[in-house]
Design a protein around this ligand. Structure first.
Ligand SMILES: *Cc1c(COP(=O)(O)O)cnc(C)c1O
Length: 386
């Protein structure tokens, strides 16, 4: 298959001769009305009805015991790792195939990543690879799981549900329990994705969502920590709200807190976007179905949800047969005003993580060299196309 038919196919879907971006938000519902309400009420900052409403909506949708809204997804990850007990000099196992935010969050806590390979099915952290790494390099001690070479504690495992496709959470959970390691899900890309009927981000001890402008729903900038229990939820809210002890006028803070609360202005957008989520999910599934049909029978392999999961198909992706065809598709599509993008460069290639410990990364390296993301903005499709 050549690159030009891809351009024609995408143009046919979006029915435009203009530039086609990778993913842009759509505001066709109550967004304006809710945002205006926050301005009229003067409650534009971190206290307000929409913040509470948005948290309750996310709890109802995901089945999380307690959801705590934050300023962005990176902050949600930072708070989740803090709640998980990650401390300076701890090690955190994660994937090299991720967006840099996953690693920045743990880096700024003084922890260090260990990069382990992804599964070719989910493109997310592979439980077998995590187990193999631990068996070879770690030992269980009274203080927890320790890296034999460095003596550092391995405190958390952070899988990321790449492009919305859930990782094998049951298997990861078992490995984490066996080794006494906390499981924190980077579910920034997977709102609307379910693992065996359970929402991603609710199976690990903590989960983090993102509502950045390019995600499936947006609050401008925003995130959410999903907590397993009401107690953890209350503590998460406390530490993300400067750890201020409630009092009508006294300022007393009982630990070093974060100012990570989501403003009401942003939450208003989130409430309206949640009303549209189900519709986006339907449209994205249809769009992915069209791409799958288009690539079937070719030497390009469209990335589909794992058999155990229902994915949100946040960002469509295709594996090219070789590096040359990847380069060709990237240049022809982008030169024709149809945006496509290679996957992130692996984390250990970035200067700040180049010395990080790592296991075998052959699957991550293959995906890095072959994968391209395709335009994925939800669109009303003409069914005759399908
Ligand atoms: C978007 C994203 C985040 C969080 O990003 P923010 O822009 O801080 O909301 C974290 N991890 C992954 C994998 C992401 O894609």
């Amino acid at each position: 298959m050549k690159a030009t038919p891809i351009v024609e196919f995408v143009r046919d879907i979006y029915k435009t001769d203009d530039f086609i971006p990778l993913h842009v938000p759509t505001f066709n519902g109550n967004e304006k009305a809710y945002v205006m309400q926050t301005i009229e009420s003067t409650f534009v900052s971190s206290v307000g009805k929409f913040v509470d409403d948005f948290e309750r909506k996310i709890e109802a949708y995901t089945g999380s015991a307690k959801a705590v809204a934050t300023v962005n997804g990176t902050a949600a990850l930072h708070a989740a790792l803090y709640m998980a007990g990650v401390q300076r000099d701890d090690l955190v196992i994660t994937q090299a195939l991720t967006f840099v935010a996953t690693c920045n969050a743990l880096h700024h806590m003084g922890a260090e990543p260990i990069f382990v390979d992804v599964s070719p099915i989910s493109l997310g952290l592979c439980p077998k690879a995590v187990e193999a790494y631990l068996c070879e390099y770690a030992e269980k001690t009274e203080t927890g799981c320790v890296h034999k070479g460095s003596g550092q504690r391995i405190k958390a495992v952070v899988p990321m549900h790449t492009f919305g496709h859930p990782v094998e959470l049951d298997e990861l959970n078992i490995v984490c329990r066996q080794w006494n390691i906390t499981l924190v899900e980077d579910a920034a890309e997977s709102l609307g994705s379910f693992y065996k009927g359970k929402h991603t981000g609710t199976i690990g001890d903590f989960g983090a969502l993102s509502f950045n402008g390019n995600k499936i729903i947006t609050t401008g900038g925003g995130g959410m920590v999903l907590c397993q229990t009401a107690e953890f939820g209350a503590r998460t809210k406390h530490v993300t709200t400067t750890a201020k002890v409630p009092h009508p006028y006294e300022f007393f803070h009982d630990e070093p807190g974060f100012n990570y609360r989501m403003p009401n202005l942003n939450a208003a957008l989130g409430c309206a976007q949640m009303e549209a989520l189900e519709n986006y999910l339907i449209q994205k599934r249809q769009l992915a179905g069209l791409y799958e049909g288009f690539f079937s029978g070719s030497d390009f392999k469209f990335v589909t949800e794992p058999g155990y999961a229902r994915s949100n198909y946040w960002l469509n992706a295709v594996i090219c047969p070789d590096k040359q065809s990847r380069e060709e598709v990237l240049s022809v599509t982008n030169n024709s005003g149809v945006m496509t993008r290679p996957i992130w460069q692996l984390m250990h290639r970035l200067p700040m993580f180049k010395n990080a410990m790592r296991g075998d990364l052959s699957c991550s390296e293959f995906v890095e060299a072959h994968l391209i993301n395709l335009p994925s903005t939800p669109v009303v499709l003409n069914t005759s196309q399908g």
